[in-house]
Ligand binder design. Structure first.
Ligand code: FDA
Length: 393
């Protein structure tokens, strides 16, 4: 048996977090082995942002993340900011633009971000092996020995960067959790996040609106987002719904304000000014016609506003501002953009991402119980946590 190849660090998973961690550590002179079972690195980067990769959000801060410990992400995010990543993007002459709500995208292709990270890794002399499945991991005398696709390597540091199980058809797995548990780390129950919600029962009627979108305010679990909601043939999606889905738990309602721009009393005011107007037409001036008709039908307001008692209009206004949907589920990991939950932050150092109980073991990126909002926040966490570990290993 040949002696195992020796490295300073072995990183499992060549997604955004693993590539960034490898590049930083390599450029600090560390000998790094980066392994991935997929045929190419950074597959989620390639499909992200509709192929243009929403690579960060200029406003990213701890308040944009969900975690059992909301303070955990603070240190890494403060030490590697969206501006730091942008500086790297500009160093590589990648053209970019701000789309909306602070979201930064490539003008060209997400491929440029992967190429940039590969260049940075190559500059650090990182050894990258794709299509390499991990067969076994041993830990003894402060060294990790990884057997993968028939070869063995060992190092004093092992980084778990294998992400979460969302979109399994891209090679996503729950491997990170199994490995973490094996080393005695706790795992916060993983659940699909940034995921479409499904409607059943009486609310299944809304599925006939499939394809209709409207700007709304969606609220759930103490969070609220003003973005577009989209009805689908299974229920609801669109940015506003994806955002609240991360906060949604089974049995909870999602509240939608269909007219967040309208002030209190607007319907009674409309009755005073335009008594002959019909509710579907009035709503249709503000919302897509099919949605306006469906909502008006359910509000039980007489045809012309002038014939409706104020009490009924107040009730209609209240419902339009706080329409309760009871999702019967989500479209699951198959459609979830990220996984919420994951390796417990209670077991990790927020400065270095090292496991408190297992010196030399690190966890970064989506594998950890830190989940960002939609809009470039998840990549910012991948970069920031990757840098934090890359500077420590
Ligand atoms: P990631 O999942 O990227 O990488 C993990 C790597 O580990 C993969 O390469 C995988 O093959 C490998 N791996 C898994 N199991 C393994 C095993 N057992 N052995 C070896 N290797 C293994 N975020 C954002 O900020 N802006 C955006 O525009 C988007 N868009 C977007 C679109 C879609 C369709 C999805 C699914 C997700 C997004 N995201 C996003 C989320 C973002 O892609 C995600 O948060 C990061 O990719 C997480 O990076 P990681 O490196 O932690 O995991």
């Amino acid at each position: 048996m040949p002696a195992p190849a020796s490295y300073d660090a072995i990183i499992l998973g060549a997604g955004g977090a693993g590539l960034m961690c490898a590049a930083i550590a390599g450029q600090r002179g560390r000998r790094v082995l980066l392994l991935d079972h997929a045929p190419e690195p950074g597959r989620k980067i390639l499909i992200s942002g509709g192929g243009r990769c929403n690579f960060t959000n200029v406003g990213a801060g701890p308040a944009n993340y969900l975690s059992a410990n909301p303070h955990f992400a603070r240190s890494a995010l403060a030490r590697y900011t969206p501006q730091d990543f942008l500086a790297l993007v500009e160093k590589h002459r990648i053209a970019w633009h701000e789309k909306t709500l602070g979201q930064l995208f490539c003008d060209g292709s997400a491929r440029q971000i992967v190429a940039m990270l590969l260049d940075e890794s190559a500059a650090g002399g990182v050894t990258l092996r794709c299509e390499t499945a991990v067969d076994g991991i041993d830990h003894a005398d402060g060294r990790f020995r990884v057997t993968a696709s028939g070869t063995t390597a060992e190092a004093p540091a092992l980084v778990i960067a294998t992400g979460g199980p969302s979109i399994p058809k891209l090679g996503a797995t729950g491997f990170a959790y199994d490995l973490a548990r094996r080393f005695g780390l706790k795992v916060v129950e993983p659940r699909p996040a940034l995921v479409p919600l499904t409607l059943g029962g009486e609310e299944a009627l809304f599925r006939t609106l499939s394809g209709v979108a409207a700007p709304v305010e969606a609220r759930c679990g103490g969070a609220s987002f003003r973005e577009a909601a989209l009805f689908t043939h299974k229920g609801m999606s669109g940015p506003a719904i994806l955002q609240v889905s991360s906060y949604w738990k089974r049995g909870q309602a999602v509240a939608i304000d269909f007219l967040p721009q309208e002030g209190s009393g607007w319907l009674r005011e409309a009755k005073r000014q335009r008594p002959r107007v019909r509710l579907p037409s009035l709503l249709g001036e503000r919302l897509p016609a099919r949605l306006a008709d469906t909502l008006a039908e359910r509000l039980g307001v007489p045809a012309e506003l002038g014939n409706a008692p104020d009490r009924l209009l107040e009730e209609a206004e209240r419902r339009l501002a706080d329409w309760r949907f009871m999702p019967n589920g989500s479209e699951g990991f198959a459609k979830a953009e990220v996984t919420a939950g994951g390796i417990s932050t209670a077991d990790l150092s927020s400065r270095t991402m090292e496991a408190r109980k297992v010196p030399g073991l690190y966890a970064i990126g989506e594998a950890v119980d830190v989940t960002g909002w939609l809009g470039g926040y998840n990549f910012q966490w991948a970069w920031a946590s990757g840098v934090a570990a890359g500077q420590a290993i």
